[in-house]
Ligand binder design. Structure first.
Ligand SMILES: [Zn+2]
Length: 54
């Protein structure tokens, strides 16, 4: 769920699991992601999230 370097710019909503597109600012947590299908709305630095998983 969410987005990884590999999946970017494809984003999968953690809440409704619909897929959408995000830009680099959203990937780096500078701009929030708003899901087009549900009320999911979050600002996450996905680049840093991915680093943390390693
Ligand atoms: Zn959603």
């Amino acid at each position: 769920m969410g987005v990884t370097r590999e999946s970017f710019p494809l984003f999968r909503c953690p809440k409704c699991e619909q897929t959408g597109w995000i830009d680099e600012d959203q990937f780096n947590g500078r701009v929030s992601i708003v899901c087009a299908y549900c009320d999911y709305h979050e600002t996450v630095n996905w680049a840093a999230e991915e680093e943390g998983k390693r």
